[in-house]
Write a protein that binds this ligand. Structure first.
Ligand code: GRF
Length: 255
């Protein structure tokens, strides 16, 4: 199953998904990485470098990624999507990357788009271009439009750094510490139109220690995320779990 990973952050979950997808038993193939941030290319370099046999080789190709980045920034992605020559340029880069087992990466900078739907349409076009079948939101900090979510219904997985539905929102670790709860964790769920309400695929609990700070909690929850997300992806990619017509998670009979 061809999977796209969408990111905005540091790419820890992305790295875990890439590592898992390399396992022979994996039903998922990470075919594409999309970031909505062009400023920090660290995660893109990591993504592109994954699978490279030697460091020296990757060094050369990192430079290519950099020039790719510069060009993407100079000629916004919007233009790249519409104009032929830039598409060819990117295809050529992708082919060269593929020779070395590297995966295509794309920057779709939301700041270049007038509206959410324009931005989502571009993401959608890139996903179609790579025949993507499943989408993993691995710290993707943009809310997707209803039209996009409806089109990809049951095909979008998100990771949340808390145990849904108890704790929702961007400052989960702060809420956990303020409430004094003893157990937090992470949740992988199918994305529905309303944020963080999707059907739960998998959760992993994490104990809250008395001396925990937001930072220490973030670190331990992220470790749990890196275990849970690949497992959840495998469950969906292998067909063991799917989103049922009633909007609830549906497990294959006999599993
Ligand atoms: C993760 O904690 C995820 O749950 C949240 O954003 C963070 C992304 O971190 N939605 P990373 O980019 O995987 O390091």
């Amino acid at each position: 199953v061809k999977v796209a990973v969408l990111i905005s952050g540091t790419g820890t979950n992305l790295a875990a998904l890439i590592a898992y997808a390399k396992e022979p038993a994996s039903c998922a193939q990470i075919a594409l990485v999309i970031s909505n941030k062009s400023g920090d290319v660290e995660e893109l370099r990591n993504a592109a470098r994954a699978g490279i046999p030697t460091r020296d080789r990757s060094k050369n190709f990192v430079n290519h990624i950099f020039s790719h980045e510069k060009i993407t920034r100079k000629h916004p992605f919007k233009e790249y999507c519409c104009t032929g020559w830039q598409m060819n340029f990117n295809d050529a880069i992708d082919q060269r990357l593929a020779t070395f087992g590297m995966r295509p990466t794309r920057v779709v900078d939301h700041k270049l788009y007038g509206s959410r739907s324009e931005f989502d349409c571009t993401i959608d076009r890139v996903l179609e271009e790579f025949s993507v079948e499943l989408i993993c939101l691995a710290g993707f900090m943009r809310i997707l439009s209803s039209a996009f979510i409806r089109k990809w219904n049951g095909k979008i997985l998100n990771i949340c750094p808390s145990l849904l539905p108890s704790v929702k929102g961007g400052n989960a670790h702060k809420q956990v510490l303020q409430a004094g709860v003893k157990v937090t964790g992470c949740t992988v769920h199918f994305v529905l139109e309303e944020a963080n309400t999707g059907a739960i695929i998998l959760q992993e609990p994490v104990s809250v220690n008395t001396d925990d700070t937001e930072e220490t909690l973030l670190e331990r929850v992220k470790e749990a995320e890196c275990r849970a997300f690949p497992v959840a992806l495998q469950l969906v990619a292998s067909g063991v779990v799917r989103l049922g017509a009633d909007g609830k998670t549906c497990w294959k009979q006999g599993t």
